[in-house]
Design a protein around this ligand. Structure first.
Ligand code: ATR
Length: 280
């Protein structure tokens, strides 16, 4: 029988750690599978997914900038992917393409289990309103913080995301506010950076005064791009954490969807952190 094949699709994709993570998951759980990476042309996403499915692929992870396209092209999407309007996991089943979004589950798992941060009753500031923020807002609401303020450089994008999540926020009894980064007020227990500001070397787009004493400041990035944010957070007395645990967490949830087995994510996170440190 042919070996089950998976891959990560993106542009760029060369930097992706997903093949390494899934290879470790497979090794540690005794699953026989292959996981590669595919650089997809910016105007050729849907055809690349169909081609991989036609070659016998079983599923793929989707990274920048195709997560919105992935949700749009799937035949069916999970409730969490529909709310996000974005998918980072596709599964090919019975001739159908199924979309899901495991980014939020990965973040929540890393915050609660690895960082020991209980979201219940907390004041949360989520900055950014692109694909990264869209994927995590629903799962964050489901953990019952007191309030989530979603702040973005472009207010309209924050407002759109807030409107889409209004019903869920009401259901969870969470206050959900959309703000522009320019007129942000108050201070917070948890700051989550879902902007790509550091990739443009623009620094951290909020003031240190947004952090309560002892707050957790979380960057969804890791490695060199996260360094400026982590240094800034420490300088302002916050606990700083990068997005490596979220990366492993979202991969673990994708692996569970595909293989029906939950891999030992803590062990793989420890190994990956070592690897990333050695590389930088
Ligand atoms: P992703 O899928 O990684 O979220 P994206 O959809 O391009 O990527 O979104 C990038 C996010 O980073 C957006 O919220 C963007 O703000 P705008 O909506 O105003 O474009 C934010 N961002 C990028 N550069 C920024 C900067 N220098 N300062 C503040 N926010 C920035």
């Amino acid at each position: 029988m042919a070996i089950d094949r998976y891959c990560v699709m993106g542009n760029p994709v060369a930097h992706s750690r997903s093949p390494w993570i899934h290879a470790r998951f497979a090794d540690l759980t005794g699953q026989v599978m292959q996981y590669g990476k595919r650089l997809v042309p910016l105007d050729g996403f849907a055809s690349s997914v169909h081609a991989f499915a036609a070659e016998g692929g079983r599923g793929c992870n989707i990274t920048v900038p195709f997560k919105f396209d992935a949700a749009a092209m799937a035949d069916r999407v999970s409730a969490r992917a529909a709310l996000a309007g974005a998918a980072n996991v596709l599964s090919f089943e019975g001739g159908l393409i199924l979309g899901d979004n495991t980014d939020g589950a990965g973040l929540v798992m890393d915050l609660q289990r690895n960082a020991g941060f209980d979201l219940r009753g907390r004041e949360v500031l989520l900055i950014g309103a692109g694909g990264a923020a869209a994927g995590v807002l629903g799962p964050l609401l489901q953990e019952h913080p007191a309030r989530i303020t979603l702040a973005n450089r472009t207010l309209a994008r924050a407002s759109e995301l807030v409107t889409r999540h209004r019903d869920l926020a009401a259901q969870m009894d969470v206050e959900l506010l959309g703000r522009s980064l320019q007129d942000l007020q108050g201070n917070f227990d948890l700051l989550i950076n879902a902007t790509s500001a550091s990739l443009n070397e623009a620094g951290v787009p909020v003031a240190g005064s947004t952090l309560k004493r002892g707050a957790l400041a979380y960057d969804m990035m890791y490695g060199a791009p996260a360094q400026g944010f982590l240094t800034w957070a420490a300088e302002h007395g916050a606990h700083a954490r990068d997005g490596l645990g979220m990366l492993v967490g979202q991969a673990a949830e994708a692996f569970r969807i595909w293989r029906g087995v939950l891999p030992p994510e803590q062990q793989v996170l420890d190994e990956l952190r070592q690897l990333v440190q050695e590389a930088s």
